[in-house]
Design a protein around this ligand. Structure first.
Ligand code: ATP
Ligand code: MG
Length: 499
């Protein structure tokens, strides 16, 4: 079709551009990386490259055929073919000479010409063979890989096989060599590259029963054979997503398991909080456990009184969670500033609202405490879902800070998990009223766990009775989150908000 840009097709590691009528040929087939010496900018053959550029433009404009033959081999090739060297345009980064300046000469970006596209995935036998060659290290100069690296030999029979794409990344056929065959080998770097090509597994979100029934990992078999090859992305390798995407400004918090940083996201210029696990999660079981926090946040979706969740990823075996940034947590008020009853009712109402939302979704928090309630522009938000679990007791339970836990959970009775959150919220408010931290030792806080509150002379009886109900020894007698937000005591709060 006139003016239609031809679709690139990958042939034997080269890019073919042809619309059948107008043809453009570019040959660099003898352009070996070993031979390549970067040209000084002044010595750049600008004529050749400007011709190259005008040919590409002519091709896009459906102009007449122009052929440039830079090599002898090019002359032998069918003039209807149009080949751009795969080595030139589609090499993995580690093959590219460090100081390569060829694109400077092409200056493609100046006129916003599109970047060369990655080759499309083909299923032809020729293509697969070509890729197999790569695995065997034939098509890559051995000098590019480190010769001193340990070689891994491939099963010879597999050389003739047509492999599927999944097979390409399979190391089923790799056997640690007794005697390396120089023809049939793949260096560890190449094997590692194959492993890198595997997408990470899809974890099942246990909080979304209907959506993700099972984990999907089509590469599970191959993955197990790649142990030791998985990349450990670090800042040193320049592959850190954290450092690529964010500018770290300052540390704003630290918990038992993580550090939280105030960061600037480079691409959108906005501030976020990024929480990074302090421990490295070496085992899959550890990773899955840590992931439950983000899975809970993701399953919940957004709510004004829950800290906003944006994204998460694993890097250097640590979990990173990108969240909405808040001003500070309520622990700031412990023992120092006095919060009025009106302010405390505000906290109570908003956090109860968050609890109502999460309980209705079948999730419980299990670590409600002032440290995990954040404030942003006067709005209170529940954060740190590291202990979140399902209300129906179908997931493992790891209770949070023992100071805020009711007796039944310490006795491992998990029948009313939603009421555990109610108790913890009551205990948190009680702590803020008293301005002194709840005692660490068990005997000292046994009164609270018995449902006993000391008198709070500066607070109304209505307020004290509500707190007392929230920390009742019997979980059944505690109000639910819904009953809590519907309590007439909050009419005051709502009236103030409306005004
Ligand atoms: N989104 C946020 N905005 C502002 N500060 C935050 C945010 N998230 C966490 N923080 C701060 O970082 C501290 C630690 O965060 P968090 O409680 O999530 O870590 P943790 O290791 O899971 O803690 P814990 O010891 O309670 O299990 C919080 O108490 C709070 O002060
Ligand atoms: Mg915390």
């Amino acid at each position: 079709m006139k003016g239609k840009t031809p679709k690139p097709t990958k042939v034997r590691g080269r890019k073919k551009l042809s619309n059948g009528r107008n043809t453009l040929q570019l040959h660099f087939s003898k352009f070996s990386l070993n031979q390549y010496k970067p040209l000084p900018t002044t010595a750049c053959p600008s004529n050749t490259f400007s011709r190259l550029r005008s040919m590409i433009e002519a091709e896009a404009n459906d102009s007449p055929v122009i052929c440039v033959r830079d090599t002898d081999e090019a002359a032998e090739t069918d003039s209807r073919d149009c080949i751009l060297s795969q080595d030139l345009f589609c090499s993995p980064d580690y093959l590219t000479p460090e100081n390569q300046q060829i694109f400077n000469c092409l200056a493609f970006n100046k006129d916003n010409s599109p970047c060369p596209r990655s080759p499309e995935k083909l299923t032809t036998a020729r293509n697969k063979r070509c890729r197999l060659d790569d695995v065997y290290g034939k098509s890559l100069s051995p000098t590019i890989f480190n010769d001193h690296q340990q070689d891994v030999e491939l099963d010879k029979d597999s050389a003739a096989e047509e492999v599927s794409l999944a097979d390409e990344v399979s190391l089923d056929k790799l056997i640690v060599a007794g005697k390396p065959n120089p023809q049939n080998y793949v260096s560890q770097s190449a094997a590692a590259l194959r492993c890198r090509a595997m997408p990470p597994p899809c974890y099942r979100n246990p909080y979304l029963k209907d959506v993700s029934q099972k984990e999907t990992d089509p590469f599970a078999n191959q993955r197990s054979k790649c142990a030791g090859f998985f990349p450990k992305f670090t800042a040193n390798e320049g592959l850190s997503r954290y450092h690529t995407d964010f500018e770290e400004l300052e540390q704003i918090g630290r918990g038992n398991f993580s550090c939280v940083f105030k960061v600037l996201k480079r691409i959108d210029g906005c501030l976020y909080a990024v929480k990074r696990s302090t421990r490295q999660l070496h085992l899959e079981t550890e990773r899955k456990k840590a992931l439950m926090e983000v899975q809970a946040l993701a399953a919940l979706g957004s709510h004004e009184n829950i800290v906003g969740y944006y994204s998460s990823w694993l890097e250097s075996e640590q979990l990173y969670i990108q969240m909405e940034i808040c001003d500070h947590s309520l622990s700031k008020f412990k023992g120092s500033e006095l919060l009025s009853e009106g302010q405390l009712l505000e906290v109570l109402y908003q956090v109860a609202n968050a609890l109502r939302f999460i309980h209705e979704k079948g999730i419980v928090h299990l670590d409600v405490k002032p440290d995990n309630i954040y404030v942003k522009n006067g709005v209170y938000k529940l954060g740190d879902f590291g202990c979140a679990t399902l209300i129906d007791n179908s997931l493992p339970i790891e209770e949070g800070d023992a100071r805020y836990m009711p007796q039944e959970i310490l006795n491992e009775k998990y029948d009313h998990l939603d009421k555990v959150d109610i108790f913890s919220l009551g205990a948190s408010i009680y702590e803020l009223v008293r301005k002194s931290p709840l005692p660490e030792s068990r005997c000292h806080f046994s009164n609270l766990k018995e449902g006993k509150l000391s008198l709070l002379p500066s607070n109304t009886m209505q307020f004290q009775n509500l707190l007392k109900a929230m920390i009742d020894r019997d979980p059944v007698k505690r109000p639910s989150a819904r009953e809590l937000v519907e309590n007439p005591i909050f009419d005051r709060v709502l009236r103030t908000v409306k005004n």
